[in-house]
Design a protein. Structure first.
Length: 308
């Protein structure tokens, strides 16, 4: 049994690794081989405890992410088991994996449903997830300009990302100006209320709302959702319980018959008709399948490095 730290994760896997691994895992979910355990939250007076897991027969593993939430801060751990004999394979500190998995899944959704000629990316937020999404979306893409909108730390985020991608232009921006020019919009904040007016978004924009997994918080408004010809989620069951961006919409705005699972689309192709609408919305809430899949990848890399 291996104890795997965030340092192991950062050293042994790349964002490209995460994207290819999660594309395979999502396809396994779409073919109904993988089984996803929805998130369960238990609330205490000062702390909450959450669990979410999956069984991935193709990778030979099952497991769950277990995490605490205290004063808005999270700490994650993932026990990983073999599906062949039930052995505990590893215990993984999951903060770094969470950073990789969320951004990688957004890139997979963007590759599948976004415009291939996207040039301008707008990101709301300056935290770990916002920066991870910039890395995931800009790498190996045609993005030429990134607009960052935030409450604090915007100059620092612009400078950090500019140093990482010197051939891409990074700028601080206001919300309205940023959405008017964007081909791709990512919201990675803790906002409980919509961040921009959907009427200002260009036609054919891909909008990824990834900041909230609570039914009482939303980052995108009714106008954005009303313009969506397609809404994609990781899990319909979990989205119907947690996706505040969809659940808080006015009656009739969200047609759940027009909401599809990303894994389904990857495994089975275009099996759903797109209704009239000029935006694509990806609402991410995070599923245990992604944590377990990346947990298997980094565990395998640790074993290979140790020569076992």
């Amino acid at each position: 049994m291996h104890i795997i730290t965030d340092d192991h994760v950062h050293r042994l896997i790349t964002m490209s690794d995460a994207i290819s691994t999660l594309r395979r895992a999502l396809a396994e979910q779409g073919s109904e081989r993988a089984k996803v355990q929805p998130r369960v939250r238990t609330l205490g007076e000062k702390v909450s405890l959450s669990t979410m897991g999956a069984i991935l027969p193709g990778a030979g593993v099952c497991g769950a992410k277990v995490y605490s939430t205290y004063q808005g801060k999270f700490d994650f751990v993932i026990p990983l088991f073999s599906t062949h004999d039930g052995r505990l394979l590893s215990i993984i500190h999951g903060n770094a994996l969470t950073e990789y998995r969320t951004a990688a899944i957004t890139r997979i959704a963007l590759d599948r449903f976004g415009c291939a000629d996207a040039k301008v990316l707008t990101v709301f937020g300056t935290g770990i997830q916002a920066k991870a999404h910039i890395r995931a979306i800009v790498e190996n893409s045609g993005i030429e300009r990134v607009l960052i909108v935030g409450i604090e730390g915007v100059p620092e985020a612009v400078a950090q990302m500019q140093a990482l991608f010197p051939n891409v232009r990074f700028e601080a921006s206001t919300a309205e100006a940023a959405v008017k020019t964007a081909d791709v919009i990512v919201t990675a904040t803790r906002s409980a209320a919509p961040l921009f007016d959907g009427a200002h978004v260009k036609p054919n924009t891909f909008v990824a709302a990834i900041g909230s997994s609570k039914p009482s918080a939303r980052e995108i408004d009714d106008r954005t959702l009303a313009r969506a010809g397609l809404v994609i989620v990781e899990s319909l069951e979990q989205a119907k319980a947690e996706a505040g961006d969809l659940l808080m919409a006015s009656p009739g705005i969200v047609d759940w018959n027009n909401v599809i699972e990303l894994g389904d689309a990857i495994a089975n192709g275009d099996i759903h008709s797109r209704v009239q609408g000029d935006l694509t919305v990806f609402k991410s809430i995070g599923i245990g399948l992604a944590d377990v899949a990346l947990g298997e990848l980094v565990t395998r890399r640790v074993i290979e490095e140790a020569g076992q």
